[in-house]
Design a protein around this ligand. Sequence first.
Ligand code: KQY
Length: 369
Amino acid sequence: MSKLIESTPKKDGFRMPGEFEPHAGTYIIWPERPDNWRLGGKPAQKVFAEVANTIAKYEPVTVCVNKNQYCNAKQHLNPEVRVVEMSNDDSWIRDCGATFVVNKDGLMRGVDWTFNAWGGLVDGLYFPWDQDDLVARKMCELENADRYRTEGFILEGGSIHTDGEGTLMVTEECLLSEGRNADMTKKQIEKKLCDYLGVKKVLWIKEGIYNDETNGHVDNMCNFVRPGVVALAWTEDKKDPQYKRSMEAYKYLSKETDAKGRKLEIHKILTPSPVLITKEESLGVDAVEGTLPRQEGDRLAASYVNYYTGNGFVAVPVFDDPHDKLAIEELQKLYPDRVIEPIYAREILLGGGNIHCITQQVPKNINNE
Ligand code: KQY
């Protein structure tokens, strides 16, 4: 059972754990919509299945599918992956799914943010999004977790990263965008984040990855490896529009401290060379009014930092690019106790995100006092 709670996680003593803390499992949604995924989602389904099957080697995985895709998904997924029917508008569970919070007694609850497809009628990416907005509630039901709902306050899970010790990273580009909470001041938004995630300090990076259709989600730009240690997407190419963005984030993070007063150790992860949509890829996507078009030559928001950390592993997107090897080596140094699992993820990138955007962790319900 899952009941709605009219309080806030902060008042009740709950906090969002870092993604690197132990998990009880991972959720994924099965892709299919033909106006986002080329060729009716078939190439993307193969990669989503690879992501799910890879993670299932380390922790329980649940894949949520629309009813028409149940049998197809079952066919691609290993038997240990739980497949549940769940209506959805697309497959970005990081963003529409629940953010789980835990307390010192080992209790877990879910935060159910209002979801508006990355900007609603201002610059949202599809319409309608009503089924996506129910996903967090359904996840809480499946996990028997009571739920906080932020009715009217828009947020996606990919727009936040926490160290689990009171610090949150976000981008101004996203959280202050017109299509989200335009009626709120930065201070009011910050208070909401503190109330619903149990954090004390919010680090406001200016911008995310160039051309990221989410208005610069932080999860494509930087990540907490562990408290006090940050991985940051980087380029040395001064002519690349990404350079200014990464440099600004680096300078900002270098002079900031976290909620515990620590200076941050920042590790630069070079981005792949620009990844552009090919003609064939563009033609494979159904054109639908109100959905972002996929044009030949458009630059995709490719970044290795959009990786997912789980129990004993890190699932890293790779792009068949000379920088892949370096990113894998760097991440292995940052995560010496985890297996690095590189996954060729161009098909996820073509849909507008990457491995982190299509996964959502359920923290392990441990008594951590
Ligand atoms: O978190 C993400 N990167 C999701 C992007 C949504 C893309 C929809 N086309």
